[in-house]
Each structure stands twice: as C-alpha cells, then as structure tokens.
Design a protein around this ligand. Structure first.
Ligand SMILES: [Zn+2]
Length: 658
C-alpha cells in the first residue's frame, strides 16, 4: 500500500518524503487486558483445536536456511523489512492481550527463510509480506511473484543462490495485480534483460491496467486507511501489532514495475518456460481484478496464487477497494479441484505456508470453495428476508463443519466484514430504511445525541459502568458520539481508546486488531505526522499509466469551487505513439476523449517522457515550454489556470475524531 501513497504524491507532482513510517512521538502506555478480555481469550483456548499443530509442521517442512536476525536494509542503511522485533512471539502461550487464535497464526507466520517445496520448486517466505516462488528450469530459474520491494526480492534470490547456486532468471511470473507480487521485480531482473528478450515476464490478462489503476482514484484514502489496517504506526509488541495475516508485515522499500511481455488470457493455456511446463487457470475478479493460478504437471505442484491461502480472505479489504466476487472465487476453486484434484501433490500460494498431500490440498480448496459460496449465498438468503448488514453479521455463523478449521478462521478477513461487503455488492450501502437515507453527518448527530442523553459527563459515567462489564462494542459505539460531539474531552477520548484497545486485544483478525489499536493510539497521542515511504522506483508506475487514467486523476484533484464557471478545451498530442486527446473543463468536471478538437483554446505537443518528468516533480510545464520540449499553441495561460485548480491531498486526516 505504500505504493499507493507514493503514487498519490507523485500524481500531485510532489516528491514523496523518504523515511521510516513510525517517527518518534509521544506514546501513551497501553492498558492491560481487562477481566472480560482475559475471559474472552481464555474461552477461545477452550473452543479451538490448539492441540492440532499441523500448520507449524507444514510451515517448517522443507526448511533449508534463513538469515539470522532477518533484517533487510536499503543502501543508505534504513530498514526495509525486519522480523527481529517479532521475537516476542516465541513465547508459547498467548499473553492476555492477544487472542490465542491470532497468536497461533502469528507464530506460524514467523517461520521464514528458504524452503524446498519439491524437486526443483523452492519458496522464500517471510522476507516480505508475500512469498517468492522459484522454479528451476533447464538453464536458469523462473521467479514467481517477486515481492513488494527490490531490496527484499534481491535478498530472497540471494538466499536461494547461496544454497542452490547462481542461475540466471529466465522468466518472471506475476500471479496477480497486487503490488506485493510484482513491485520487487527489479531486484531479480533488469529491464534491459527483459527488453532484449532474455527474460520473459508473464502475467494474467488485464494485469498492467489493474496494477496501475486499481488504487489510483481513491489512493490517498486507501493509504490512510491502510496505515490503520497494517498498523504502520503501532509498536511490534504483545500490546501492539503482532501480524498482518498474509504475512508478518509490509516492507518499505524501492518499488518497481516491468510490463509483462506475455499475457495469459484463458484457462488451460500452457507455456514452456526454460523447459518447465506450466498450465494456467484464470481467476479474474476473485481476490484481484487480474489473477491466475499455475500448475506444474511434471512437478505436480499447484500454485493457487492468492485464492487459496490457509485463512479467510477479504471479500472487501477494510482499507477500502471495490468489493470482490465470492461467487466467482468459489467457482475458481472448484475449477482447480476439477482440473488438478487428482494430480497435485502439494498446494502452494502467494502467502503463508503450503498444504502438503493431495487429500489435504483438495480438502482445503473444497472447504474454502464452500466458505466463499456459503458467505455469498447466506448473505443473499438473509438480505432477501429483510436483514440489514449489521444484523446479517450478527446472526450468520459458519456451519460447525467449517467453524473450527484453522484455514477458514478470521486470520485476515472476517466473516462479519465479508458478509457486509456482500450486502454492499448486491444492494449498496443503503439498508432501505428511509431513516438512514439522509442522516445528519457525524458531528451534528453526535452533538444532538449527547445533548439528549444528558450531556457528556452523564454519558461517560454510564459508559464507564458498561466498560467494567466488558461491553466494549457498545462503549466504542457510544463514546464515539461523545468524542465527535466534544473532541477535546480528555475523559471521553481515554474511555474510547480503552474500549477500542480491549476490542483489539480480543480480535482474532490481525487487521481488525491493527484497526482497533491504531484508533486507540490516535485518540491518546493525537494524529501522527504523515508516514513517509519509498521515494524511488515510482517512475515505473507513472510510465505505465495511460493518459486517460492520468487525466481522470486530475479530475479527482479538481477543486470544484475554483473551477466554478470556468470553461476550457485543451488539445494534447504525445509524440512517441502519436496519441491525441482533447481535455475539456466545463461545469467543474474534467472530461476527455481521443482525437483533437478544432475549437481548443490551446494545443500542446510533447513527449510522454516529458509529462512523466513533470509528474515526478523533476521539472514543470513552464520550464519545458521555455525549453521547447513542449510545443504550445494558442492561449497557453489556460494550462496554468487548470493546474491552479488542482488540489493537493493531505495524506493524514483524523479518523477516530472529527
Ligand atoms: Zn498479496
């Protein structure tokens, strides 16, 4: 997600600040687990099959080596990724401040290093959020999913080289369009090797478009919410973040992108890469807009990308994105079972650990198929009986046959969040109750609520009692009103933080925990300065964006008030591929269409590379016009006027306070 923050910054032509995410700031000491939390977490220990340690063995199987005190740094010494701070997870029993089911998952996710999956197939796990898979071919290797940062992917490949010998990378495969599976590509191959044809880069249809566009329009908001979801500002402790579900944590390194040279468009397509036979099954619109799985018939290995990780995934990521399709997700898993259920000996994925043996692999895929279809259909079943999202989340329970399986537990996504997302997918945010059609906004409503309830001190005193009784969900809901009515009310903020903290300590999902604890932190310590991020490698993403996408983003940046009453029509020609567009501003809306308009106020002819440099903050329009690298005709001033109407988004804004 750091790539999103970066992208948003770049698109506003301001260089992103480099630096670590968690700058030094005042930190309030966390509270202890309250009696109700201790009881809740003790109950989890009773309910789930903790004696089943198979996942620990599965994660460890095939271990070859790792780096001691795993820490990966940039050239300048700043930390890109480290597992050192997670050593506290070695403690066998979960502390009272962590749900034991999450503790277990976080422990299994701590297994890191180079692993042999089977003959010729290796994985480097937990050198970043995702796994890098390496398959040995005739003369070199195929790298599948080269991680989030060039530093981590390079370290992962070097670890492999140390133990298997140096072999050239002959091909790279991106299984899907999320950046944790491609942005480290330049750590394993150079663009020159790809351009010369020495290295094939293979991806599913729609990859590039999805990779560069999925997070652009709402990118600033997604980044802000992602900082809660991944607990960027939380300490790594038993009262802070313990895991990210799909892996330990996100890296903060150099992001890159090399466009695919070959694309898979339909299920059943095959390729022979460096002598290795691979069969592909498409899984678009499941976990990512563009996604595919790989099967190696000679090696009997199925790589299910991200559609069969050993956990409940998100049908809608809480950081925000478009809702995914659990019905298609189930169908894709079913297709994998039908095609490979009687062949594959091991199931690997882009995250977490493998599932060994044909029977167990098929069982996991079948159970997850049923999980996604169950959530989809039962949400529809309930909404067709008039249930609204909050009610569906409250009443829906997994069938007993699924409920205790570790690989469908809420270790990333949650059942409650997912069913609300399915409601949203089919019916949208409005629950049909006209009382909710046009409610007062949060602050106005909160002031009224608190006033009607007798004032902040009365409400807070009542909520203190409920807190003692362990009613944290209600206290959080109620105190949110007091905090929004009186954001400077210290008592209210403290109680709200305490309630969120207990909810975090009880959460089975690491991302729910991170959300709760990030909220508590912000209530106690105030809004943190904007986290910095990677500052290089970003040019790759800019370069891959289409002109229509860039123009659309200008539309997003447009300040409607500044644009009020303004009209303009600008022609653009980009010389490399002779692409032309007319950009139109009217009614505070920016639109564009291919081709030139004879009525344009001004026309600009430039190389796309020049525009890229401007977007990267390396130069500006005026300088380029003066230098003759932009040929401008007509009322050139119009462009400056347009640029003056584009806002700059602040990366940080309050979430738990108004
Ligand atoms: Zn991923």
């Amino acid at each position: 997600m750091i790539a999103v923050a970066l992208l948003a910054a770049i698109l506003q032509a301001t260089p992103a600040a480099a630096g670590s995410r968690a700058g030094p700031r005042k930190a309030t000491a966390p509270g202890p687990a309250e009696p109700a939390t201790i009881a809740h977490n003790a109950q989890v220990l009773q309910e789930l099959p903790f004696s089943d340690r198979q996942d620990y063995d599965d994660a460890q199987r095939g271990f070859i080596a790792t780096l001691p005190d795993l820490t990966i740094v940039r050239d300048d010494g700043t930390i890109v990724f480290s597992l050192q701070e997670f050593e506290f997870l070695q403690q066998p029993e979960a502390p009272a401040t962590v749900n034991p089911s999450l503790w277990r998952h976080a422990q299994v996710n701590l297994t890191h290093g180079l692993f042999q999956v089977t003959e010729r197939v290796y994985q480097v796990r937990n050198f970043d959020l995702a796994n890098m898979t390496i398959v040995e071919g005739q003369s070199g290797v195929i790298v599948i999913d080269p991680l989030t940062a060039t530093e981590t992917s390079k370290a992962a490949l070097e670890l492999y080289y140390q133990h298997r010998g140096v072999r050239p990378v002959k091909a790279v495969v991106y299984t899907h369009s999320h950046h944790d599976h491609y942005a480290g590509v330049k750590g394993v191959v150079s663009e020159a090797d790809v351009l010369s044809g020495d290295v094939t880069v293979l991806a599913p249809e729609g990859f590039l478009d999805a990779a560069v566009s999925e997070n652009v329009y709402a990118g600033t908001a997604m980044s802000r919410r992602a900082s809660y979801m991944f607990g960027y500002l939380l300490p790594k402790t038993a009262t802070g973040t313990v895991d990210d579900g799909l892996g330990k944590s996100q890296s903060v390194g150099t992001v890159s992108l090399i466009a695919p040279t070959d694309t898979i468009t339909r299920s059943g397509e095959t390729r022979n890469l460096d002598g290795v036979q691979i069969e592909f099954v498409m899984a678009p619109q499941t976990e990512a807009p563009a996604e595919m799985t790989l099967y190696f018939p000679e090696l009997r290995v199925l790589d299910a990308a991200k559609i069969a990780c050993p956990l409940m995934h998100n049908t809608l990521t809480p950081r925000g994105a478009q809702v995914r399709d659990p019905r298609k997700w189930a169908a894709s898993l079913d297709e994998l079972i039908a095609r490979y259920g009687s062949q594959a000996d091991v199931l690997i994925a882009s995250h977490n650990w493998p599932r060994w043996g044909r029977g167990p692999a098929v069982q996991l895929m079948a159970d997850q198929r049923d999980l996604y279809k169950f959530m989809n259909d039962q949400t529809l079943h309930l909404l067709n009986q008039g249930y609204v999202p909050v009610e569906i989340a409250e009443v829906i329970k997994l069938p007993a046959s699924l409920a205790k399986l570790w690989y469908v537990r809420d270790h990333y996504g949650t059942l409650k969040h997912n069913v609300k997302a399915i409601y949203q997918r089919y019916l949208g945010w409005f629950d049909g109750n006209p009382a909710n059609l046009d409610p007062l906004p949060p602050v106005e409503a909160a002031r009224k609520y608190v006033e009607y309830m007798g004032g902040a001190s009365v409400v807070t005193a009542r909520a203190q009692q409920d807190f003692k009784h362990g009613e944290y969900r209600w206290v959080a809901q109620l105190m949110n009103q007091v905090v929004f009515a009186e954001p400077d009310n210290v008592e209210a903020r403290k109680l709200q933080a305490a309630a969120l903290e207990q909810l975090g300590y009880q959460a089975e999902s690491p991302i729910w925990r991170n959300f709760y604890l990030s909220g508590a932190q912000e209530l106690r310590d105030g809004l943190a300065p904007a986290p910095g991020g990677a500052a290089t490698g970003s040019a790759d993403t800019i370069r891959s964006m289409t002109i229509p996408l860039l123009f659309d983003y200008w539309g997003v940046l447009l300040d409607a008030a500044k644009a009020n009453g303004q009209r303009m029509l600008l022609n653009w020609t980009f010389t490399e591929r002779n692409e032309s567009y007319a950009l139109n501003l009217s009614n505070s809306a920016l639109t564009h269409h291919p081709g030139l308009d004879p009525a344009a106020d001004a026309s600009f002819t430039l190389a796309r590379a020049t525009l890229n440099a401007i977007l990267l903050g390396q130069t500006d329009f005026q300088t380029e016009v003066k230098a003759g690298r932009i040929q401008a005709v007509g009322n050139v001033q119009k462009l400056a006027e347009l640029m003056g109407m584009l806002d700059k988004f602040e990366p940080q804004w309050p979430i738990v306070t108004p």
